[in-house]
Design a protein around this ligand. Structure first.
Ligand code: SF4
Length: 166
């Protein structure tokens, strides 16, 4: 059990708020893109859109240093296992944004070899429609995710048994 298990409930609530505030302002996305949507994701980190304003500019080259997976592009069935493996390599707590029509629902590729939405094998937190979505939409998704993170309770993550750090 984590340290929060030894605290009275009122202190746990305050600790959750502090931890949520810290987590929402230091989201580190994993660096990877699958198709055309990835170019818009890259544009979001350029100076025009400046994702750094939301504390999410530190794209990490290793999943072990990341807590946000932005699935940007078409996911083929051949690639799905690799995407899932990267997700599993990320430490808890972690979040997923399905960025673009392909990641949300397969998009225009209603074919035998394309995954019809990454929520078939990943727990998606925010969906961003569009083909491709604009960088502003990624910023809006991050703001939405920040709201979610700020209001998360330790007990919302049963896979970590409510621990503060997995
Ligand atoms: S949603 Fe459109 S732009 Fe994005 S990966 Fe699919 S086809 Fe490309």
């Amino acid at each position: 059990m984590g340290v929060e298990a030894k605290l009275p409930p009122v202190l746990v609530t305050r600790l959750e708020k502090v931890v949520g505030w810290a987590r929402k302002n230091s989201i580190w996305p994993a660096t990877f893109g699958l198709a055309c949507c990835a170019l818009e994701m890259m544009a979001a980190s350029a100076s025009t859109y400046d994702i750094a304003r939301f504390g999410a500019e530190v794209f990490r080259p290793s999943p072990r240093q990341s807590d946000l997976m932005i699935v940007a592009g078409t996911v083929t069935k051949k690639m799905a296992g690799m995407v899932e493996r990267i997700y599993r390599q990320m430490p808890e707590p972690k979040w997923v944004i399905a960025y673009g029509a392909c990641a949300c629902s397969g998009g225009i590729f209603n074919t035998y070899n394309t995954v019809q939405g990454v929520d078939q094998f990943l727990p998606v937190d925010v969906y961003v429609p569009g083909c491709p979505p604009r960088p502003e939409q990624l910023l809006a998704a991050i703001i939405k995710l920040q709201d979610k993170i700020a209001n998360e309770k330790f007990s919302d993550r049963p896979d970590t048994e409510g621990r503060l750090i997995a």
